[in-house]
Every structure is written in C-alpha cells, then in structure tokens.
Design a protein around this ligand. Structure first.
Ligand SMILES: NC(=O)c1ccc[n+]([C@@H]2O[C@H](COP(=O)([O-])OP(=O)(O)OC[C@H]3O[C@@H](n4cnc5c(N)ncnc54)[C@H](O)[C@@H]3O)[C@@H](O)[C@H]2O)c1
Length: 262
C-alpha cells in the first residue's frame, strides 16, 4: 500500500469500531500512510473484510471480533495486536452507539448501561488493556473518538451526552497521567455520514426532515461530514505532526456548535 506519504510508517495501530464509518475510514487511512492496523469490531465478519481490503491493497492488517465494552474483549484485542505486530503504537478508541432518543424520565435503564459501557467504559477498558504495552515500550498515542455532543447538549440523548462528556474528561485525565511518553487526545466529530447516523435517521418519524435537521444543525458548512474527513484528524493526532498536542479535543464539527442563533 503506497498511496500516502508514510505519515505513520512502521507504526502498529489498533482501531476499534473499524468495521464501519469513522473507524473503517481511519483504519484505511492509517494503512495508506504506512501503519499496520488491527481492525477490531463487535462485527467480526465486517472487521475481517476491512482488513482484507487493506491487505489486498498491499497493506498490513488483521480483523478481529471483540466487544470493547468488556474486559475480556479489550484484553483479547490488545494481546492479539501485540502477537501480530509486536507492539501497539497507536490506539484509536472509537467504537460507539447512539442508543435511543428519550428524556431522562423515560430513558430505559438497560439502554443507559449499554450506551455508557459502549461509549465510555470502552475507552477506559481499551486504554487499560493497551497501556501496559505502551508503558513497557515507553511510547504511544491514544486517540479517543468523542463528539461535539461531549461539549454541548442537544435534545433527548442523555446517555450519549453523558458518555461523551466523560470521554472528554477521561482524555484530559489520561493525558496528564501518561505524558510525555504517551500522548492522549480526542477528536470531536459533528454529524458524519455513517451507519450510526443513517440508523438514527431511519428510525425517526420523518426521515427526510430529520436529515435536513442534521444539515441545518451545521450552519457553516451546511452539510453532513464524510468519515474520511474525521480520519484525517485522527491521522494527524496519531502522527508525530501533533507532537505538541496533549489532552486536546480536535473539534471537527464543520460549524456545528460554533455559535447559537439568532
Ligand atoms: N456519525 C456521527 O455523526 C458521529 C458524530 C460524533 C461522534 N461519533 C462517534 O464516532 C464513533 C464511530 O461512530 P460512527 O458514526 O462511525 O458509527 P458506525 O455505526 O458507522 O460505527 C461504529 C462501529 O462500532 C462498532 N461497535 C459498536 N458497539 C461495539 C462494541 N461493543 N464493541 C466493538 N465494536 C462495537 C459497530 O459494530 C460499528 O462498526 C462513535 O464513538 C460515535 O459516537 C459519530
């Protein structure tokens, strides 16, 4: 794979939620830029096919099924990556779900647990599983996928907002604890065209109106973003180009949340 200019050449990366959307785009881009990539997802078949695509294009990758909301899944993904590549230089804690749209008084408790486990506890467990290898090597970068919804509220999405707010602060906490050897940052996408976003649109009473609402929520660029546009942010944070960034939130909202109107 010789598409890029080797911005992460020779690095070993682990990307969670790599079967779709932002994770898939990041796995592909990191591979194009010279990294070996572990494609991890709860959907093992799709993770394997992303890895296969990378290998077919001349890159180095493997796919693996793992549930990042569990200790077993995260320990297994870290061990498998080290077994395959010898180390882990880059960890992208990215897997996530939207959950359901309900205000707190109607929000199902099991869904609260699931969203927090998948979107927040996964960052803790994924980092906990990978950090011993990074500490031993004396180097590493961790990039967490947060969201513009980690910084401001929307309507009826309490568990998601709580989880992403947690990811933002966990990023800062880990940046302090593990720097300078290990740099920890996060990226905060606005609305991005992915399986998650499409399912939210499909589930709404008026999908066309919901899609327009998403576009309108982005008053500057006036469009939904592409996963690859976020992958470039992750690549920057993964590469040495961002060597003076720690505990930062790379806000990639396309204008979403930039100002309130009128
Ligand atoms: N799409 C957006 O508008 C948007 C905006 C801001 C932040 N994000 C965040 O970006 C990240 C990626 O989302 P996306 O939009 O690419 O969605 P997506 O649905 O396309 O991809 C998410 C991937 O995570 C995987 N996954 C879900 N639960 C998992 C688990 N327990 N273990 C392992 N893998 C699991 C899914 O199978 C899927 O492949 C999420 O953290 C999401 O919250 C998305």
């Amino acid at each position: 794979m010789s598409v890029g200019s080797g911005r992460v050449a020779g690095k070993a990366a682990l990307v969670t939620g790599a079967a779709n959307g932002i994770g898939r785009a990041t796995a592909m881009l990191l591979a194009e830029e010279g990294a070996a990539v572990a494609c991890i997802d709860i959907n093992g078949t799709q993770a394997a096919s992303v890895a296969e695509e990378i290998v077919t294009a001349g890159g180095r990758a493997f796919g693996m099924q793992a549930d990042v909301s569990t200790r077993e899944g995260t320990q297994a993904m870290a061990a498998a990556t080290v077994e395959q590549f010898g180390c882990i230089d880059i960890l992208h804690n990215n897997a996530g779900i939207a959950g359901v749209y309900e205000p707190v008084h109607r929000f199902p408790e099991d869904m609260w647990e699931k969203v927090i486990a998948t979107n927040l506890t996964s960052v803790f467990l994924g980092s906990k599983a990978v950090l011993p290898y990074m500490l031993e090597a004396g180097r590493g970068v961790i990039i967490n996928t947060c969201s513009v919804f980690g910084s401001f509220a929307s309507r009826t999405l309490p568990a998601y907002h709580a989880a992403k707010g947690g990811v933002l602060m966990l990023t800062k906490q880990m940046a302090v604890d593990y720097g300078p050897a290990i740099r920890v940052n996060c990226v905060s996408p606005g609305t991005i065209d992915s399986a998650m976003m499409r399912s939210v649109i499909a589930q709404s009473a008026d999908p066309a109106a919901r899609e327009q609402e998403y576009k309108d929520s982005n008053p500057v660029l006036k469009r939904i973003g592409d996963p690859r546009e976020i992958a470039y942010g992750v690549l920057f944070l993964a590469s040495d180009e961002s060597s003076f960034m720690v505990g930062a939130d790379l806000f990639m909202g396309g204008g979403q949340g930039l100002f309130s109107s009128p």
